[in-house]
Design a protein around this ligand. Structure first.
Ligand SMILES: Nc1nc2c(c(=O)[nH]1)N[C@H]1C(S)=C(S)[C@@H](COP(=O)(O)O)O[C@H]1N2
Ligand SMILES: [Mo]
Length: 495
């Protein structure tokens, strides 16, 4: 069999460069929002094994995880400047492209038989690969394997990147999806937990970066002209042209990144709408149908569950809290047959109290495990009877973000929407207790949503009203929630 550099392989190689650059940069943006890595799913402050921030958090006052966020430069991350929403859009849109390219690439490798070049068919290859490293280190070039385009160390490292590292990165990424974690808790455990998966995903990044650096170095060592000729023309010819075309292509990639970054920073809403349309279709198809089946053991509960969002800082709320929320009511209305109002006592005396011990995934990357009790939302929905045109539920909260969290990027009443079918999921809960105690104020007292297949920001705390609507385009900025409106997240976030 003739091993070469067929046209499809060369196109794939170039597409891969573009996708990898965006994946790495947007991945760093996601890291910046919680620049700490842990081994334990508690994400206990101070227990991180790796930190990529200089910020020191106060010990004496309540801070939330938004205060820990870092702003990285656009030179490092995509798009930079604390734009997690945009980082996520770029990461997910490029990962779709990257996976598709990868599938086509691997399929073509097998169809054409080119895959043999990456498979070590004899144990001999391993000692030879070691020999090759020694040869390189003595500034010499190792011989290629008989009948192969590569030497032993090349064969092993290319094979490992394609067949081990790439799938590893996809799987550790998937292990960070709340929907997948909720439906297949064993899959999270397989990696040693959610924070292990996140840390391993980071090691995957380091491995890719290491590979890219050494790969570029080796291309230079072997001869930049002839080597780039293989990947530009398919054979060793016109080395000078090959070099020029390679440089032009690399400059093209840089220009593409500059334009994409500038546009993303200046028109985030457009990116959110365009990329979101694609990403949400994939999420709705793949992740939306998954239902949560979690039940962590009591011993796994996080002693200090992390917090995001600042409670209502207003007398009416504080007085209500001082009276253990006896005056609290929640209104359920909108497009329903029977609008209803419940007191906390009404909810507590519902016969179907449900308790669940679950992993909470903040969009920022931290996790905690908590026990939540309340009533399944499904039962409220069945009581009020949504009209046929009702499609979404809006959760209005008592939090005025301008008043309560002035550092947040946005103003107005915090709200989130969910699709009606999520309201029917078995572990979708209106929770009034946490870890066996009345819900603490910082976790959303007296009532908060628990939605175990979605990212944390959907789980509105301090709820005061639930409204059934046919669509949410007339609410706020029309994107489906306060976070969607102000920081450009997607409305449906199974990952
Ligand atoms: N009203 C309101 N609800 C909110 C938030 C908020 O800022 N305001 N933050 C959300 C986010 S981003 C997360 S991760 C979870 C955190 O829940 P916890 O503080 O109980 O851990 O609450 C969600 N609900
Ligand atoms: Mo969050």
């Amino acid at each position: 069999m003739e091993f070469g550099y067929p046209w499809w392989l060369r196109i794939e190689h170039f597409a891969n460069i573009i996708f990898m650059v965006f994946l790495i940069r947007s991945g760093l943006e996601i890291l910046a929002t919680h620049p700490k890595l842990y081994w334990s799913d508690d994400s206990r402050p101070g227990s991180e094994w790796g930190r990529f921030t200089k910020k020191v958090m106060p010990k004496d006052k309540l801070y939330d995880t938004l205060d820990e966020e870092e702003s990285y430069s656009s030179l490092v991350s995509m798009p930079g400047h604390k734009m997690l929403g945009m980082g996520r859009h770029w990461h997910f849109i490029t990962v779709l492209g990257w996976i598709m390219t990868g599938i086509i690439y691997v399929a073509l490798l097998f169809i054409t038989g080119q895959y043999h070049r990456y498979v070590p068919y004899s144990w001999e290859v391993f000692p030879r690969a070691w020999q090759d490293i020694v040869t390189y280190l003595s500034f010499d070039l190792p011989p290629t394997l008989p009948g192969q385009p590569f030497n032993a160390i090349q064969q092993l490292s290319y094979g490992a990147v394609i067949f081990i590292l790439a799938p590893f990165q996809i799987l550790t990424g998937a292990a960070q999806s709340p929907a997948i974690e909720a439906r297949f808790p064993w899959f999270v455990r397989l990696w040693g937990g959610r924070q292990w998966a996140r840390s391993l995903h980071f090691f995957g990044l380091l491995a890719f970066v290491g590979f890219i650096v050494i790969h570029l170095l080796m291309v230079t060592v072997h001869g930049f002209g002839p080597e780039t000729a293989k990947i530009v023309f398919g054979r060793e010819e016109h080395p000078v042209w090959a070099m020029l075309i390679t440089f032009a292509a690399l400059i093209g990639v840089v220009i593409l990144n500059v334009i994409a970054t500038k546009y993303t920073l200046s028109h985030p809403r457009n990116i959110q709408r365009w990329f979101g349309a694609v990403i949400m279709k994939v999420r709705r198809l793949g992740l939306h149908p998954l239902t949560s089946r979690q039940n962590y053991s009591k011993s796994e509960l996080t002693p200090e569950h992390r917090v995001n969002g600042k409670p209502p800082d207003v007398d009416s709320y504080k007085i209500m809290a001082a009276h253990d929320f006896v005056d609290y009511t929640i209104e359920v209305g909108g497009l329903v047959e029977r609008p209803m109002t419940f007191t906390l006592e009404d909810l507590r005396t519902f016969p179907t109290k449900q308790t669940q011990r679950v992993l909470h995934n903040c969009v920022q990357g931290w996790t905690s495990i908590g026990e939540w009790s309340g009533i399944p939302l499904r039962q409220i929905v069945e009581l009020v009877k949504p009209l046929p045109e009702a499609r979404h539920l809006v959760f209005w909260t008592m939090q005025d973000t301008e008043r309560d969290e002035p550092s947040a990027e946005g103003v107005g009443q915090f709200y989130e929407t969910i699709d009606l079918d999520l309201a029917y999921h078995p572990q979708t809960l209106l929770a009034y207790e946490m870890n066996g105690e009345p819900l603490p104020i910082k976790h959303g007292a007296p009532l908060r949503l628990r939605l175990e297949t979605q990212v944390g920001f959907k789980m509105a705390k301090w709820i005061e009203r639930i409204e059934f609507v046919s669509d949410y385009s007339q609410i706020g900025e029309g994107m489906g929630g306060w976070r969607e409106d102000n920081v450009f997240y997607d409305q449906d976030v199974g990952i």
